[in-house]
Design a protein around this ligand. Structure first.
Ligand code: NOJ
Length: 611
């Protein structure tokens, strides 16, 4: 497994005294993970962009099933499927019209059953996405709410309110949608309501709340009928055999009493302000990065009661089913409240995702994450990319490695592709060496960059439209995957069609161009996952390597018998003699002396056997 780019004249393995001394354990770990999700590597499949089975240019469930061998070979433990339910696709399926059916775009319920069975046959668990904060405006409940009068039980399932101002012409409060624009839409008065257009003869009536697009009305979670319905939805998928749920906007379902005004801003990539350019941005002691959404619409204490109820539902089923919170909440101690023993099982660690590529803040966020989760007995999760953020291979190639824009336009400063990929591989290897559970986003195992030159007329993300084009939005990280370098559409499907255009550079990243190629991003991920499993790193420990505990360039930690060392500085790091390189994110350097020493180049992570 050792990868050296010059001919070594002697083995890099030595049996001298332990070359690294470590400080006190920051995290002891569960020893063995009693439940599968505590140390799992979970791979996010974004169905419309993973693989197309029927040739319409949009990925689908049969397409996913046809690629399960890729995921098994990669070595992931579980797959999280973004929504594939019936939906008008105004927010790529996060606008659900029927929670118990598959959208024809993606296949059928039978296709889902087949996917689940085939995944389980390969030892891969399946987590599905649950979108409880809002429905689609095409959901039967919202259609019934519009058809019914003010004050009806149908309207009580959503957040309808009278407007402010003499004639109710002002929205009930000043909240803004996360996608831009107001969070309220007004409808006409009385039964048979429609969104107000300003047409002559229209009588304006109530307003409804939507934290996201106007086609995504928020549900009223103080209504017991809503709670009962979602417990039934959970049971529907649990009965089918799913292994868990990723819960969308888990911090948003309960709003503060009285819906008070709020003057803060909200955004998908909250806290877009980065550290000062060219300097170490530092980090507060609690690991906060500005990734938390706050305000009276988020992280209200009332949400926890919902998760306690869901925990009880899951506990009725065998097999350690899991709930994963998508909650943009900080500080980490506050996020940990979602994973208390009787609530959810995991929460995405967006503080980690949004930490700059800088040693001190990374150490801080790693330690704070472990500390906060240890307090409640939950595993820490780690994540670098998903379908809502600029892919980390591009994010880390920006001139300021702390920046996190909501998409990148062709006219924006462009990421350095080579540097970004190098750092992305190093960041991923650092992440996968940490104890806890790691999330991968489809295509990161290929090193895929963001598409930063999409023409505006192909964009679909509502964030682009609702900000009047001020934000590029998330389409650039949702490009259909390249499977074959020499095929139309890079082998995405049988017709060569793709719902978003792929950049020509994707030929270099295609799965078939990397499979079996030593040192490719794909093979490096594969080696890392196999080593992580063999060394039981997911259920392991963490102590900082003392020599680097305060380093501005190096993050170095020990997890069980493995030292993970990331060099973020500009100079190579010379390893002490007596180390064996197990995995390297890029080739290490070995001099040609009689007693050669290994050097870890800039922006490279290595896993070393600590002898
Ligand atoms: C979070 C999802 O990840 C995102 O894609 C979606 O737009 C919003 N929640 C609204 O459901």
């Amino acid at each position: 497994m050792t990868r050296i780019d010059s001919t070594p004249t002697a083995s890099t393995t030595a049996t001298a005294t332990a070359p690294f001394s470590t400080g006190a354990l920051v995290h002891t770990g569960p020893g063995e993970a009693p439940e599968w999700w505590r140390d799992a590597v979970i791979y996010q499949v974004y169905p419309r962009s993973f693989a197309d089975g029927d040739g319409d240019g949009v990925g689908d469930l049969p397409g996913i099933t046809s690629k399960l061998d890729h995921l098994a070979e990669l070595g992931v433990d579980a797959v999280w499927l973004s929504p594939f339910y019936r939906s008008p696709q105004k927010d790529a399926g996060y606008d659900v019209a029927d929670y118990r059916d598959v959208d024809p775009l993606f296949g059928t319920l039978a296709d889902f059953d087949e996917l689940l069975a085939q995944a389980h046959a390969r030892g891969i668990r399946i987590i599905v996405d649950l979108v409880p904060n809002h429905t689609s405006d095409q959901h039967a409940w919202f259609q019934a709410a519009l058809a019914a009068p003010e004050g009806s039980v149908e309207r009580a399932r959503y957040v309808f309110r009278e407007g402010e101002g003499e004639h109710g012409e002002l929205p009930p409060n000043n909240w803004q949608s996360i996608f831009g624009g107001p969070a309220w839409t007004r409808v006409t008065a009385g039964p048979g309501a429609r969104p107000v257009t300003g047409a002559e003869g229209e009588t304006p009536g109530q307003w409804y709340l939507h934290l996201f697009d106007s086609t995504q009305p928020d549900l009223a979670w103080d209504n017991p009928e809503v709670r009962e319905e979602f417990e039934q939805v959970l049971r529907f998928w649990l009965d089918k055999g799913v292994d868990g749920f990723r819960v969308d906007v888990a911090h948003g379902m309960i709003k503060a009493d009285g819906l008070p005004d709020w003057d803060g801003t909200v955004s998908m990539v909250e806290g877009t302000e980065a550290g000062e350019e060219g300097t170490d941005p530092g980090a507060p002691e609690d690991g906060s990065t500005g990734a938390g959404n706050s305000g009276p619409m988020f992280d209200q204490d009332g949400v926890h009661e919902i998760y306690r109820a869901w925990h009880r539902v899951l506990a009725e089923y065998d097999g350690d089913r899991a709930l994963v919170a998508e909650a943009w909440v900080e500080p980490l101690s506050r996020l940990a409240r979602y994973v208390r023993p009787d609530e959810m099982h995991q929460a995405f660690n967006f503080s980690f995702l949004t930490t700059a590529w800088s040693a001190a803040p990374l150490r801080t966020v790693i330690a704070s994450s472990l500390r906060a989760n240890d307090e409640v007995g939950a595993p820490t999760t780690w994540v670098l990319s998903n379908h809502d953020v600029v892919r980390h291979a591009s994010r880390l190639g920006l001139a300021d490695p702390g920046l996190r824009p909501n998409g990148i336009f062709a006219h924006d400063p462009q990421p350095d592709e080579e540097l970004g990929l190098r750092r992305a591989r190093a960041a991923s290897l650092l992440m996968l060496g940490l104890p806890g559970s790691s999330y991968l986003y489809q295509g990161e195992e290929l090193g895929l960059p963001e598409h930063t030159a999409l023409p505006d007329d192909v964009r679909e993300d509502p964030a682009f439209f609702r900000t009047q084009g001020a934000e590029a939005g998330r389409d650039g990280c949702r490009i259909p995957l390249p499977w074959r370098a020499d095929a139309d559409g890079f082998g995405f499907g049988p017709s060569g069609k793709t719902w978003l255009p792929q950049p020509a550079s994707y030929a270099r990243y295609a799965a078939d161009a990397q499979r079996g190629v030593e040192g490719s991003t794909y093979e490096t991920y594969r080696t890392a996952l196999a080593t992580r499993r063999a060394e039981r790193l997911g259920s392991g420990t963490l102590a900082w390597v003392e020599d680097y505990a305060d380093s501005v360039d190096v993050v170095a930690l020990r997890n069980r018998d493995v030292v993970v060392l990331a060099n973020l500085g500009t100079e190579p790091v010379v390893l002490p003699r007596g180390t064996e390189v197990l995995v390297a994110s890029d080739p290490v350097l070995t001099d040609r002396s009689a007693d050669p020493q290994v050097r870890v180049p800039s922006d490279t992570t290595v896993w070393l056997r600590a002898l």
